[in-house]
Ligand binder design. Structure first.
Ligand code: EPZ
Length: 421
């Protein structure tokens, strides 16, 4: 049964909300469990659909797992298949994260090509090119990446042409089991990549340069790793979304269980827009602005402003004083939310990868449709300040990445309900 969210706008928010573990950290850590010779436990795992999809894929390959109280126990020693099939991969692009570890462990694998998605073409050429440089022979057959490295992957120097998050993660995992030393240049510095490095390091892999764009990894010559239990880092994108909810309603709210450093580009931008902050060790309180000001935004790789909160800031920019220009530098088509926001009265002009957002706009309720995960959260934010009751359809996109969304928003005082179509 399809569900939708019904949100009555105009409520101030108050109180605090606990941020879940990061989906985009949990996914590579789970994929890395394929490299482990023992059962591992991950705590603070968000209970979201993407995590369940990857667990299903790993189970399909032969792993045994349990997921209870935000804790995953996974044993991949029983994995016998190296084929990630279309039925599961098509549900989630991040399934491509199994490519590096499967190839490194088995010397061959077949992983369905993820295909396009709502935010653009999203190629995986950089993942494939890097594996080829490590000695893999790769063919594309009937929608599958068929990869072989019968004598194991070989350490080498790889310079990524572009900074790619899952690309860096895939090659890191491959390098951990490779023969010899791999040098990676222009690696993504996202906290999720850093946590994957830490998991591998704690399993005995020597990795130099963690947190920088240059990593040197000494491979284990095919030997599986002795992995330790790990707690998933907080979700900086979920955190950014709730900060935007505080901002758009100009309310004082607190987010807890976060790493404030990971959120610096977001809090700095909100500060420029007029909001105040009280920053604790693991919490951030946003304070209402006297005047909400326009600000230009350009998305970039970490530590720059994340593309994953671009849509949420666009909703916010409709409510500030003045015009903001938002430049999307990572994905060519990540403006699907613009036409839905326009249905609520937003005045946004698109030109190439740039959006000009008029502030001080009166938003009015409408039936709107979620198109991708973060675009959908922008619609929730707009609905919080729109006049009347907005209905957001196709919320399965939101369930992929936001845990207990309506529970968390209700606790902050929003009038939000999940209903059946
Ligand atoms: C990760 O996607 C995230 N997904 C995305 O989160 C996030 O938006 C993105 O990084 C950017 O931060 C996960 O971590 C699971 P990229 P990823 O490879 O790794 C180009 C969310 O809502 N590129 O860093 O797929 C690419 O087209 C999402 O949670 C190539 O050209 O993104 C893009 O322009 C969605 N060739 C740029 O690089 C390649 O082989 C960065 O993409 C790979 C990427």
């Amino acid at each position: 049964m399809l569900e939708y969210l019904s949100i009555e706008g105009g409520q101030k928010l108050k109180g605090s909300v606990s941020i879940s573990g990061a989906k985009n950290a949990a996914l590579p850590l789970l994929a890395a469990s394929l490299l482990s010779k023992n059962t591992i436990s991950l705590s603070n795992v968000p209970n979201v659909v993407d995590v369940k999809t990857l667990l299903k894929l790993l189970e399909n390959l032969g792993a045994t797992q349990s997921f209870q109280n935000r804790s995953v126990k996974i044993d991949t020693t029983t994995v016998s298949s190296a084929c990630a099939n279309y039925d599961i991969v098509r549900k989630m692009r991040a399934s491509i994260l199994t490519l590096g570890p499967l190839l490194a462990r088995f010397g061959h694998c077949e992983v369905s090509m993820p295909g396009g998605c709502a935010i653009g073409q999203r190629p995986i050429d950089l993942h494939l090119k890097a594996l080829e440089q490590m000695g893999a022979v790769i063919e594309l057959k009937q929608g599958y990446v068929v990869a072989k490295a019968p004598d194991g992957l070989k350490g080498t120097t790889i310079i990524f042409d572009k900074v790619t998050v899952t690309g860096s993660e895939n090659i890191l995992m491959a390098a951990a089991l490779a023969h010899g030393v791999t040098k990676l240049v222009n690696v993504a510095k996202e906290p999720e990549v850093v946590q994957l490095c830490e998991l591998l390091r704690d399993a005995g892999v020597s990795i130099d340069g963690i947190g920088t764009a240059n990593l040197t990894i000494v491979g284990s010559y095919g030997e599986l790793l002795d992995m330790k239990d790990i707690e998933v880092i907080p979700d900086r994108i979920e955190a950014g979304t709730y900060l935007c909810a505080g901002a758009i309603t100009n309310s004082k709210i607190t987010i807890t269980d976060v790493i404030p450093k990971h959120l610096e580009s977001i809090t700095l931008k909100l500060q420029q827009m007029g909001f105040g902050f009280e920053i604790g060790e693991k919490s951030i309180t946003i304070l209402p602005a006297e005047k909400m000001k326009a600000s230009d935004i350009e998305t970039s790789e970490y530590p720059g402003f994340p593309t994953d909160v671009q849509a949420q800031f666009m909703a916010l920019c409709t409510q500030v004083d003045g015009t903001s220009i938002i430049d999307e530098r990572l994905f060519e088509n990540r403006f699907m939310h613009v036409s839905e926001l326009a249905r609520m009265g937003a005045n946004i002009k698109l030109k190439g990868h740039s959006a000009t957002v008029e502030g001080d706009t009166k938003l009015i309720c409408a039936d709107v449709m979620a198109t991708d995960l973060r675009a959908s959260s922008a619609l929730i934010l707009a609905a919080l300040v729109a006049q009347g009751t907005t209905k957001i359809h196709r919320i399965y996109h939101l369930d992929r990445g936001y845990e207990d969304l309506e529970g968390k928003f209700s606790a902050l005082g929003a009038k939000i309900e999940r209903l059946e179509e």
